[in-house]
Design a protein around this ligand. Structure first.
Ligand code: PAF
Length: 283
């Protein structure tokens, strides 16, 4: 496995590889790998010839009071883990090379960014779209693989690619969970032992909500208020940022669940802000 820092080098390499007919995949990441990241890399390994993983903690998607400086980083451990699952190249550029001092172009999908996490993280998805488009332009992959824990990010990137005719296929992969159900996230490392125990109830609550829907509760408000009570009881140290039920494609709020919908939640717990989601089915 090779590590490349220079954007020009990566662009030259990938255009050579593409000319020789290789199928290239990219797994964009901010590092501090866990089994969720590895599942994306393994999928890429099985479905393409050359696997690139970008490892870049993107400053522009963090708000001024967010955890950019404290975001967990462990480059050596990450490179070892990536190598073990057969990644071919890690692209790990420096911040100042990706964002030159005169950087002045931003990509946003405001209609989709106004919902869910976009409300409490203004500018976040603009930072995500801008870096992801830059990575697409540098690596020029056929396939790019994203986890569906960041469901809104996945929908926004698909829309950006469609609207801007970016020649890449976006693949969304299922959420990978700990044994007790907590969605894997680099930010889980912020949790104390007690918070970590409480955090498992995020998914347990989502599963209950699925059952309520299956048993005939179709009114979103009822589900949201039952789930909010459940979280207040079982995650006493947490603070709910949002619990929302939205359309899986355009993220608009759903009032009555008469077809598939996404139940998405964000909860502040200690130093972490945890997100998770589940598909609600009516049959
Ligand atoms: O999901 C992430 O880790 C980041 O938002 C991404 C897509 C790598 C962009 O920085």
């Amino acid at each position: 496995m090779d590590i490349i820092n220079d954007p020009k080098e990566i662009q030259e390499l990938t255009s050579r590889l593409k000319c020789s007919g290789k199928i290239i995949s990219l797994v964009p990441t901010m590092g501090y790998f866990h089994a969720g990241h590895l599942s994306l890399m393994k999928w890429a390994r099985e479905n393409s010839d050359i696997v690139f993983v970008s490892l870049f903690v993107n400053p522009t998607q963090f708000g001024p009071k967010e955890d950019y400086n404290s975001y967990p980083r462990d480059f050596e451990r990450d490179t070892k883990m990536a190598q073990e699952v057969g990644v071919d190249y890690i692209f790990a550029p420096e911040k100042d090379v990706i964002y030159e001092p005169d950087h002045g172009t931003w990509v946003s999908v405001p209609k989709l960014a106004q919902y869910l996490c976009g409300k409490s993280r203004p500018g976040h998805f603009q930072g995500v779209c801008t870096i992801v488009l830059k990575l697409f332009n540098l690596v020029n992959p056929h396939l790019a693989i994203f986890g569906k824990k960041d469901y809104q990010q996945f929908v926004i990137i698909k829309k950006m690619v469609k609207d801007l005719n970016v020649p890449v296929k976006i693949i969304g992969r299922p959420i990978v969970r700990e044994i007790d159900g907590l969605a894997m996230s680099s930010r889980n490392s912020y949790l104390t032992q007690d918070e970590r125990k409480q955090a498992a109830n995020i998914y347990l609550g989502l599963k209950k909500a699925c059952e309520w829907t299956k048993n005939g509760v179709r009114d979103s408000e009822t589900i949201i208020s039952k789930l909010s009570e459940c979280y207040m009881e079982h995650i006493p140290s947490g603070e709910i940022d949002y619990i929302e039920i939205v359309d899986p494609t355009d993220l608009t709020p759903v009032k009555t669940i008469d077809k598939e919908a996404i139940l998405a939640v964000a909860i502040y717990l200690g130093k972490a802000r945890l997100i998770d989601n589940i598909l609600l089915e009516v049959k």
